[in-house]
Ligand binder design. Sequence first.
Ligand code: G3I
Length: 388
Amino acid sequence: MSNEKFLTRRHILWLSLATLTGINACTKDRLWETTTKNKMLNSLARNSKIVGKLSLKERAAAKGLIYGAACESYELSENKEFATYFAQECAILVPENELKWAALRPTPDKFDFDKSDQLLKYAQTHKMLFRGHTFVWHGSFPKWFQEKVNSKNAEKFLTEHIATVASHYAGRIHSWDVVNEAIETKHGRTDGLRNTPWLKFLGSQYIELAFRVAAEADPKALLVYNDYNLEYDYSDSNAKKLAVLKLLERLKSKGTPVHALGIQSHLIASQPHFNTKKLRIFLSDVASLGLKILITELDVRDYKLPADITQRDRMVAAACEEYLSVVLDEKAVIAVLSWGLSDRYTWLKNFAPRPDKLPVRPLPLDSNFQRKLTWNAIARAFDNAPKR
Ligand code: G3I
């Protein structure tokens, strides 16, 4: 069967599953409480034993995978202990914010690589890979952007930014999130694209343009399309999976140099809407386009869980291991990065605080850099993953 026919058949399946999911959603939500309670109880009983003393990066490497995390430069400079733990666990580092427009571009005609270069230096010192995040995103424009950029000069700003930054790091970057979060099906476009300034100024071709400029500036880097809300079985998440798949197909059909999909993987513990079958089909469809897959921003929201830390950590760990055991079965998945390594430094502190104001616990290390059950969960997922 030709690739087109195969994918069309898949799309019909996706669309019908998405419709059915929509109809079922209300039924499912009525069962939400029961399912969630069952999941919580199951996760409490779950075995989280690990074998041996290897670090996360060593367990990943044993299966041909890469494990690492995001961090900010101040976290490593202000806390030498954390810098040691980070090097012990991580084989790749992604700057959480230092390679975004807001950090790199103090003025329209200036680039400031100081903080991102500090992180590259740390990564090189500890023989870590370095990944870039992100050239094109609606989420981190510098203050001057809205006033200075328009439909006449947007292409120049976009191409100059990517060419300058990609060239600055050429040959020293494992992968770039070239375009981040370009899909938002709720915006109502048939192509599912998010209404961002780039789309407004340049039309939908801005995505292909970004990848082509990045490939020319750094032919060695793996070029990634990165997005979120692809993990669960919600009608909007399933619609987004389909829209992302069709975007990737369109890009590939034009010969665009896109090499991988980044699935952010911001998980929610005790989430009943986790459908292993639909996730496996999605991962396999992405891989069938000849693309690699990276888990780029893994963390687990615990805001709806009980206050008790033992219970909470078990549920967070269970969600993490359940998800990773599915995604790591797909051999196109080459890397797992968590969005932070320690609970001391997580964006969720401000973005998704707990109603009881207790500190959130979404990451492998606690706020004193001690390994948690979530560390065990990731370790077990690597230990049980098929070798690449
Ligand atoms: O650096 C400035 C500082 O000078 C200023 O005093 C301070 C107070 O306004 O803000 C600082 O910038 C903050 C920046 O993080 C660095 O800490 C921004 O306000 C804040 O909005 C920014 O938040 C980041 C957010 O992306 C937006 O860029 C989060 O830390 C970061 O975790 C989050 O990461 C995103 C990924 O890039 C894409 N996927 C989703 C993920 C979570 O939202």
